[in-house]
Design a protein around this ligand. Structure first.
Ligand code: COA
Length: 317
């Protein structure tokens, strides 16, 4: 059964907007990235999603394909973004089966709550490797195709008229807002996401002249996601929601709409930017992980370890 459209994309965009376009997405089986891809597929794109878990990735691809009759969506599992070779094979298969790559979403990420005391050097490295090296590998493996697509979809500098064939040569890095102010128990992620942001800015400068745009989407607290489940103490959901400037979490549709904006003609002159989709959440001085039973600074001063959060495992210091 296809998901209702309003769950993952607004009615703002016209059907067929991304006909004949191909999107390649890492972490595409995740809650946020699958909504981004589902929106693009609904609007006409073909897609290739990759992930570490074979079953989860293949099932997610089949499910995303229900967004539009006749849609082509490939799910390739056993791909670890930390390994360039496995990504390269997936990119080659995507190009072979779908004909090229016009859009890339670098979405694979690793996260868990841990204080510096609980974070071994290897745990720190794992997240840096998944987020920073993984984004770089994604870029390296897809760049030749992005450049090719960028060339085809270039806007004439004299006429500034949109290209009839639509858009291409665009990459989005999915980042975060955690590192803007910094958050306890998120050192590894803050450092990693700062690196991802710097990478995107460099791509915009180095590959803009070749017709490629590079931007960041920085989601805030998005309801129903693995990230929020992992990061927000469950004893604190109601008061946290109430403390948000818009009084609610974001939805995956909010992130998908931002993605469509950046990949469509609307985003043609937007590059080297960060689109923060967080309802002004990060501008609040309090909140995030260090709240409820982990309230700052009392929890840190107690000397306790961050207790079991979903998906957590104990680490050597
Ligand atoms: N607190 C402290 N350390 C932790 C931890 C936690 N909650 N979870 C994992 N680690 C440590 C491990 O102990 C290990 O360090 P060690 O060798 O010193 O013991 C290190 O991190 C690597 O763990 P491992 O499970 O072998 O790594 P992995 O590469 O298989 O997994 C993670 C990567 C750790 C990021 C894992 O959480 C993951 O796979 N996440 C993917 C999904 C995800 O995070 N999505 C985020 C959505 S926001």
């Amino acid at each position: 059964m296809p998901l209702p459209k309003e769950d993952y994309v607004s009615n703002t965009w016209k059907d067929g907007l991304f006909a004949n376009k191909v999107v390649f997405c890492t972490g595409g089986a995740g809650t946020i990235c699958s909504a981004q891809v589902r929106a693009l597929v609904h609007l006409g794109a073909s897609a290739c999603i990759v992930g570490r878990n074979v079953d989860k990735t293949e099932k997610a691809a089949q499910d995303i394909a229900t967004a539009r009759p006749g849609a082509k969506v490939i799910g390739i599992g056993a791909v670890d973004v930390r390994k360039l070779e496995s990504l390269q094979n997936a990119v080659d298969r995507c190009v072979h089966e779908l004909g090229g790559i016009d859009f890339v979403i670098a979405g694979a990420a690793g996260n868990f709550l841990a204080s510096i005391n609980q974070l071994s050097a290897n745990a720190f490295k794992s997240v840096i490797d998944i987020d920073v090296l993984g984004s770089y590998n994604t870029l390296k493996a897809t760049l030749p195709h992005l450049v090719e697509s960028g060339k085809k979809h270039r806007i004439d500098p004299k006429t500034l008229k949109p290209v009839p064939a639509g858009t291409g040569g665009r990459i989005i890095f999915v980042s975060a807002t955690i590192h803007y102010r910094t958050m306890p128990f998120q050192t590894h992620v803050s450092v990693a996401k700062a690196g991802v942001d710097a990478l995107s800015h460099s791509v915009a400068i180095e590959f803009g002249p070749l017709g490629v745009t590079s931007n960041i989407i920085a989601p805030g607290p998005i309801g129903g996601t693995e990230g929020l489940d992992r990061l927000l103490p469950t004893d604190n959901i109601d008061s946290y929601t109430k403390s948000q400037p818009l009084g609610r979490f974001g939805s995956v549709r909010d992130i998908a709409d931002a993605t469509v904006y950046l990949f469509a003609e609307t985003g043609s002159y937007v590059s080297g930017q960060t689109l923060v989709v967080d309802g002004a959440s990060w501008r609040m001085s309090a909140g995030g992980a260090a709240s409820g039973s982990l309230a700052y600074p009392d929890f840190l001063l107690s000397g306790d370890a961050v207790p079991n959060v979903k998906g957590q495992k104990t680490s050597k210091i």
